[in-house]
Design a protein around this ligand. Structure first.
Ligand SMILES: Nc1ncnc2c1ncn2[C@@H]1O[C@H](COP(=O)(O)OP(=O)(O)OP(=O)(O)O)[C@@H](O)[C@H]1O
Ligand SMILES: [Mg+2]
Length: 443
């Protein structure tokens, strides 16, 4: 059951205030009373979790002025006005300003309850929608930062949205630089805890004694408050969970168990998978693992994201080009193939480096993308992935990149793009739809 809705009752007459309040409280509402419009304005804020019932005739600011003020504060707030007997012009005026409804004195208490029910239902809907919109807009800013539309990325984003709504602890797994920390941020932002504290602590950044203090306290001078306490009610992200010693694992398990269920603090553990054969399951004690891995997200390595590699490269090099005040390098077919085939052991972080260096190189007019890929792997090993990819995937990724680049250069002019790429309009439209490219993004 959701919490009872509030009703603010504004009347200068004490008896009237109290009897309305008692009656509505009996009907299950959470009432509060105000002896003047001025007082009511101090107690009712724009997100007021309820409605207002106000008398019109009051000394000082009267009910009509109060109604106007409240409507300018929050135009959707339902306000029920109580008018004198037979005061039709007043009632009409109140409705015109935006009162939810009016009650004529002396009124039938059941009619009052009925109106209050209708008004609070409307209010609840408004507030729920408002919260949802806020959540979505906050969350989507971070979700938009996660570039990529390949199958694995689409599934990752769906996982984030789904698990954001759930409330169990989460385990995020993935290779280095894949975006695990970014995913943890997004997971927090899209969830019900989005407005609460987000605290991040790296388990590999401190020696055991320091880590215990940072996590559980008691802290020493100049140290921040313990993460567990700081994150209460919100999300606590523990990075590099695989670095926890056995002692720390058992302390963490105790702390998690003490929280009970549902947990006050949501723990998001991030596990860095370096060697292919090591799993998070093999480095954590089983009871802790099962606690943390109630929900799991795997962030795919970059080499499995196909066309996203080129999309990311293009976006990132454009950003760097802007930063350095030069043009973004054009990617040849051969270079695109090299980007797509590179093993990317450092994943997105490595791609960011390569994009930045590619921009600097092209500004100087020297170097190739291939050489950048080479120096990022140990001792000039060949830079092809062992995972074979079908030719179709390369062709499509390249096609998408070409259309994307050309649309960008021509600022969304379909005719210019058709011309340059020698494509009939229909083919261009079909291909844009296929690759999820929208003309409006280029205007
Ligand atoms: N899909 C993506 N789109 C755009 N930027 C991304 C994406 N994924 C990651 N990044 C960026 O790549 C960098 C590395 O991401 P992040 O730090 O989240 O990776 P990580 O997996 O936590 O790395 P580590 O293993 O070192 O902790 C960050 O700058 C992040 O903003
Ligand atoms: Mg990280």
């Amino acid at each position: 059951m959701s919490k009872a809705m509030k009703i603010a009752i504004v009347d200068d007459e004490k008896d009237m205030r109290q009897s309305i309040s008692q009656w509505l409280a009996l009907s299950g509402f959470d009432t509060e009373t105000f002896a003047s419009a001025e007082d009511a304005l101090k107690g009712v804020n724009p997100d007021y979790p309820g409605i207002v019932v106000s008398d019109i005739k009051m000394p000082g600011m009267d009910g009509m002025q109060l109604l106007r003020k409240l409507k300018s504060l929050d135009s959707t707030l339902p306000v029920i006005m109580i008018t004198g007997h037979g005061d039709v012009p007043m009632a009409v005026e109140a409705m015109r300003i935006g009162a939810f409804d009016f009650l004529e004195k002396p009124f039938n208490p059941d009619r009052m309850t009925e109106l209050a029910k209708k008004a609070t239902q409307a209010r609840r809907l408004t507030l729920d929608n408002r919260a949802l919109r806020r959540e979505l807009s906050d969350g989507s800013a971070l979700m938009n930062k996660l570039i990529g539309s390949s199958g694995p990325m689409v599934r990752l984003k769906e996982d984030i949205l789904d698990l954001g709504q759930a409330d169990g602890h989460v385990l995020i797994e993935g290779e280095t630089g894949t975006g695990k920390t970014l995913v943890a941020h997004a997971l927090h932002a899209v969830g019900a805890r989005g407005s609460k504290k987000f605290v991040l602590l790296s388990c590999s950044a401190f020696d055991e004694d320091t880590l215990i203090r940072r996590l559980f306290g008691p802290v020493q001078e100049d140290e921040p408050i313990p993460a567990m306490e700081d994150a209460r009610g919100g999300t606590l992200v523990l990075e590099d969970i695989e670095a926890l010693s056995m002692v720390m694992q058992s302390r963490l398990l105790t702390a998690i168990n003490e929280q009970g269920s549902p947990a006050e603090t949501r723990i998001v553990a991030i596990c860095n998978l370096q060697e292919q054969d090591k799993t998070c399951e093999s480095v954590l004690r089983p009871d802790l693992f099962y606690r943390l891995a109630a929900l799991r997200i795997t962030v795919p390595p970059l080499r499995q994201r196909g066309e996203d590699i080129l999309t990311l490269f293009t976006r990132l090099s454009e950003q760097f080009a802007e930063e350095y005040g030069c043009d973004a390098p054009e990617v040849s077919a051969q270079e695109a193939a090299q980007l797509l085939q590179a093993p990317w052991p450092g994943n997105v972080r490595q791609l960011i480096n390569v994009a930045e260096r590619a921009v600097l190189q092209s500004r100087r007019g020297t170097g190739t993308i291939a050489s950048l890929l080479m120096t990022d792997t140990d001792d000039n090993k060949p830079t092809m992935t062992t995972e074979g990819k079908p030719l179709k995937e390369f062709v499509e990724a390249f096609e998408k990149m070409l259309i994307d680049n050309t649309m960008r250069r021509h600022k969304g002019s379909i005719v210019a793009v058709m011309d340059e790429l020698c494509l009939p309009r229909r083919t261009l439209n079909e291909k844009m739809a296929k690759y999820g490219l929208q003309r409006s993004d280029y205007l």
